[in-house]
Unconditional design. Structure first.
Length: 460
């Protein structure tokens, strides 16, 4: 929703606060000047935080970029009209790589570089007869995640484009119509972690059918619905034969990154859909619009994160038994084997990517913290669609959350409340940190990439 003063509000969170549910910020983990003002509460950021984002006096909205960032930051359109850009990867030499979910001119990867330092890519090259989402630079290779395999392109120093045909690192991922994308990340010990999404909403006997019970046990958890670990440098691996299931019970962890400071894997996952349309006897349309939370976790090897048997209710701060498995919208799941999230963001915002900030260009407040980009909802009716933003979660070097998340960039959806994502101006989808410490954000509707950097000598 848009406040009358032009600031983009927080919709659901502001409504909860107005009703006096002040603990929602602690549970859902989000705050902003707009939401706090709507609730009659003055948000006080940590002492070392930058200016509170989006206050009328200090917020910065670039007329061309059309998004808003905190005061003291500069946003430029790094590139535009690239195709359906999904994820980004930055190389130490300043080259940025973008994955495309649909090839353009027969190519599914775009290499970009700013050679004159004006914040815009002046060299743009396309390559790779591929399509997908996951993309990452590791060692001297560019890794690309198609729906059923992970490829590796060899990179040479001083050359933007790979040399030779790609090698197959992992093959044999199940063919599936939902949540088939394969994002990946790498630790410091030579391992690659790959998300294998669940091929359904809730593992029902009849998919997305009202009243259909869940399969028990859910067979989709055997080769899907989790994160797998592979040898990063070995080719010819096959899913189900090689590698190891690292964690399970995750519907679709598109946001995935290794925290090098903490030495741990973190992920942000999409919660399930359609509580009201599938179980109207237990949920109202408004409850279905808000639930369940989008979960942000530290991944602990061997752990179970609850899908499809449970979901996280961010309004109550508890894990609930899913209706497909005997829940009624009020039944708490007390089994301690299911992990609680670090934070649960509002329902259906669709976290798409996650990066930890270890650059030196941003203020100390941002060091070690997590940027999470949200694609925006499609199924919050009868409420307006929400999300369409980049959030920042303050964290310390040990990977502990050290403060309440803030909105770092918004305005992607445009200036009007949305009934459908088709009317959104942009749908942000990917993140990368450049070698200069800048944050890059891409979106998959018009194919735009923004560069967000610290302003020199920002006005105070």
């Amino acid at each position: 929703m848009i406040a009358r003063d032009g600031r983009e509000g927080w919709g659901a969170l502001a409504r909860f606060l107005k009703r006096g549910v002040l603990f929602v910020f602690a549970l859902a983990g989000l705050t902003s000047a707009a939401a706090a003002a709507a609730a009659g509460e003055g948000y006080q950021p940590p002492a070392n935080a930058p200016d509170v984002p989006f206050s009328a006096a200090t917020g910065t909205r670039d007329p061309e970029a059309r998004i808003r960032v905190p005061a003291g930051f500069r946003v430029t359109v790094f590139a535009d009209h690239l195709g359906r850009t999904r994820h980004l990867a930055a190389r130490a030499d300043g080259t940025l790589y973008a994955s495309l979910s649909q090839p353009v001119e027969g190519a599914g990867i775009v290499a970009l570089k700013d050679t004159d330092g004006d914040g815009r890519a002046d060299v743009v090259r396309r390559f790779g007869r591929v399509s997908g989402t996951g993309i990452a630079v590791h060692g001297d290779g560019l890794y690309f995640g198609e729906n059923r395999r992970i490829l590796r392109f060899a990179l040479k120093a001083g050359e933007m484009l790979p040399t030779g045909a790609p090698q197959v690192v992992v093959d044999g991922f199940p063919e599936q119509g939902q949540h088939a994308t394969k994002p990946m990340t790498f630790d410091d010990a030579g391992h690659m972690y790959v998300t294998v999404g669940a091929p359904s909403n809730a593992c029902q006997q009849r998919m997305r059918t009202a009243g259909s019970p869940g399969l028990m046990p859910c067979p989709q958890r055997r080769l899907q619905a989790g994160i797998w670990r592979y040898d990063a440098d070995r080719t010819g691996q096959r899913h189900g034969r090689d590698g190891k299931r690292f964690v399970t019970g995750i519907r679709n962890a598109l946001g995935l990154d290794w925290n090098h400071a903490a030495g741990a894997l973190f992920f942000a996952t999409h919660g399930r859909d359609q509580l009201y349309s599938l179980w109207p006897q237990y949920y109202t349309p408004a409850e279905s619009a808000e639930l369940p939370g989008e979960e942000f976790h530290r991944a602990v090897e061997g752990d179970d994160y609850g899908w499809p048997y449970t979901y996280w209710d961010q309004l109550r701060g508890v894990r609930m038994k899913a209706p497909e498995y005997g829940g009624d919208g009020r039944m708490v799941e007390n089994d301690p084997k299911y992990r609680s999230p670090l934070y649960a963001f509002p329902g259906h915002w669709a976290p798409m990517d996650l990066v930890f900030y270890e650059g030196r260009a941003f203020p100390a407040f941002f060091q070690h913290g997590a940027f999470i980009v949200f694609h925006g909802s499609w199924n919050r009716a009868p409420l307006p669609q929400e999300g369409y933003l980049v959030a920042f979660v303050p964290m310390d070097a040990a990977g502990r959350v050290s403060g309440r998340p803030i909105v770092f960039a918004d305005g992607f959806k445009g200036h009007e409340p949305l009934a459908s994502p088709r009317k959104a101006a942009f749908r942000p989808s990917g993140l990368a940190i450049g070698p200069d410490g800048a944050l890059y954000v891409c979106e998959d509707k018009t194919g735009r990439i923004w560069k967000i950097s610290r302003q020199e000598n920002p006005a105070r």
